[in-house]
Design a protein. Structure first.
Length: 516
């Protein structure tokens, strides 16, 4: 009976750990939370260990316990005692580690995950029963009794499979994607900047700008020239920090590009590498990364060894864990002091924020006048001028893939619409200066950064064809696709919203007319 109970508890723990492992593998996986703290625990920095989801340890432990229960009934008597000792050692280690994790929830994270508590209860009972067996060991069963126990264990496992698979399917289709955890002052103190964070500008400045970026994110690529202008303008007064937040679910090359930048940083060239990767954003394949490394003058052997060994992966995962703790869910996200801006900004907006922060901290504005510190929080910026536009569609996040998407069309379909009797309205979402150089005939220009403010200018009773340069046609966060999602979110009919994914570049390649 004890063996069956141990098997049942091990399988319960295995089910919980497997479910949590599946949930933790993607921020897009919904979690059925049996309490109020599951999402907080899931998004904490303690949800991973050595770059792996914490539930992996539970899966390994409970699977090992179940296998040892079977093994004990199948091996010779002289080895059965060693198997029991191994079982006890694993159960004891699991029990002690569960105490540590429970302590983290109680005193560090300050939130309870019911699934985690359930796993802790299971391993506690397993350890208790095992300890009891050591104190009062049962007599070694004869062959017939061992066979009966083995059958009972198999029956328990089959029942668990019959119940567990439908339960897992049910749970995977229900629940909610976790809300973003808002950054607390504790998180800002402990997670915003680390001693080894990449920094430039005035390193001892009381005013700091932190960017969480993804090298394959189109919004980040459009923002980077503005960031460079800001760094040039304020570099002698402001400290700039860059931290990694590759959106692995939608950008297949983002993680390796982040690793490449860190490998360049190991040779003292992080900031030139950052600029190079954003400039070459349309090609972040491995051959391109080696080409960029050569252009930066990096030691090829060192770079190759660093990139192939994933030597910097732990550092990137640490940045991502800090991002979760700070409530970052999209790129680019900036922190200016305590204020979080989860959207791109133009030079005027960025300068306005920094001028206010410099004034609040007793710095100087561009004119050179010294400002006195304002009262209140040392992080205060005098009000959040972007409060109404947080979570902009123009930023890039894994959640974009879950939203209603506009239909994509290629050059032949676009040409057919262009030459057809019912003329659609072509909308160029590039910057005004790019539109002025060349655009589709009769196309109007609404830059993507203005789209949320100006979408109402477009007619709902006419087909809208959105396009850009064509440099990032397949990216879920591309400008034209982001603009299309804005229209769908505001009631435009899906059949009337199209995205010309090949863009102006392919239109010109096909020899079609371009207006200037």
């Amino acid at each position: 009976m004890r063996k069956q109970l141990l098997m049942a508890l091990s399988l319960v723990g295995l089910f919980i750990s497997s479910y949590l492992w599946w949930v933790y593998t993607s921020p897009l996986h919904a979690l059925v939370c049996l309490g109020t703290g599951c999402d907080t625990v899931r998004l904490s920095r303690y949800a991973e260990i050595l770059g792996l989801p914490m539930p992996v340890l539970g899966v390994a432990m409970y699977a090992a316990l179940a296998l040892l229960l079977f093994a004990e009934q199948l091996i010779a008597t002289e080895f059965a005692r060693k198997v029991r000792y191994a079982f006890t050692a694993i159960a004891a280690a699991g029990f002690l580690f569960s105490l540590y994790l429970t302590g983290l929830e109680a005193f560090v994270i300050h939130a309870w995950c019911a699934w985690c508590v359930g796993s802790a209860v299971a391993v506690t009972f397993i350890f208790g029963i095992t300890a009891l067996e050591l104190i009062r060991p049962a007599r070694r069963p004869d062959a017939a009794a061992a066979l009966a126990t083995l059958r009972n264990l198999f029956t328990t496992m089959l029942v668990a499979i019959v119940i567990g698979i439908p339960a897992f399917i049910f749970l995977s289709r229900h629940g909610e994607v976790p809300d973003v955890v808002q950054a607390s002052e504790h998180a800002l103190r402990n997670n915003l900047i680390r001693a080894d964070s990449h920094a430039t500008g005035k390193l001892d400045s009381p005013v700091t700008v932190v960017e969480f970026g993804d090298f394959e994110c189109p919004a980040c690529g459009r923002q980077d020239p503005v960031v460079r202008e800001v760094m040039q303008k304020y570099g002698d007064r402001v400290r700039f920090i860059f931290r990694q937040y590759p959106l692995e679910q939608i950008h297949m090359n983002a993680m390796q590009a982040a690793e490449a930048s860190e490998c360049a940083g190991a040779q003292g060239k992080f900031w030139p590498a950052k600029d190079k990767l954003y400039d070459g954003q349309t090609d972040l394949t491995e051959p391109a990364l080696y080409l960029y490394a050569d252009q930066l003058g990096l030691d090829k052997a060192r770079f190759s060894q660093c990139l192939s060994s994933h030597a910097t992966l732990a550092r990137i995962r640490e940045d991502m864990a800090d991002a979760h703790a700070l409530g970052v869910d999209r790129t680019p996200t900036f922190f200016v002091g305590q204020q979080k801006i989860a959207q791109p900004m133009d030079l005027t907006q960025f300068s306005q924020l920094l001028d206010k922060e410099l004034a609040a901290r007793g710095g100087t504005k561009p004119g050179g006048a010294t400002q006195t510190a304002s009262s209140g929080s040392p992080f205060s910026t005098g009000g959040n001028i972007f409060a109404s536009s947080q979570g902009s569609e123009m930023a890039c996040s894994n959640d974009e893939a879950l939203k209603a998407q506009p239909d994509l069309i290629r050059t032949p379909q676009t040409r057919q619409l262009f030459e057809g009797a019912t003329k659609p309205l072509f909308v160029d979402v590039r910057a005004a200066k790019d539109y002025a150089v060349g655009h589709l005939p009769a196309a109007i220009n609404i830059p993507v950064d203005d789209f949320e403010r100006r979408f109402s200018e477009l007619p709902k009773d006419r087909t809208i064809v959105l396009y850009e340069s064509g440099k990032s046609p397949g990216d879920i966060c591309g400008s034209s696709r982001a603009a299309g999602r804005v229209l769908l979110a505001h009631g435009f009919a899906k059949e009337r919203v199209k995205v010309y994914q090949d863009g102006l570049a392919d239109w010109q390649k096909a020899g079609l007319p371009v207006a200037h």
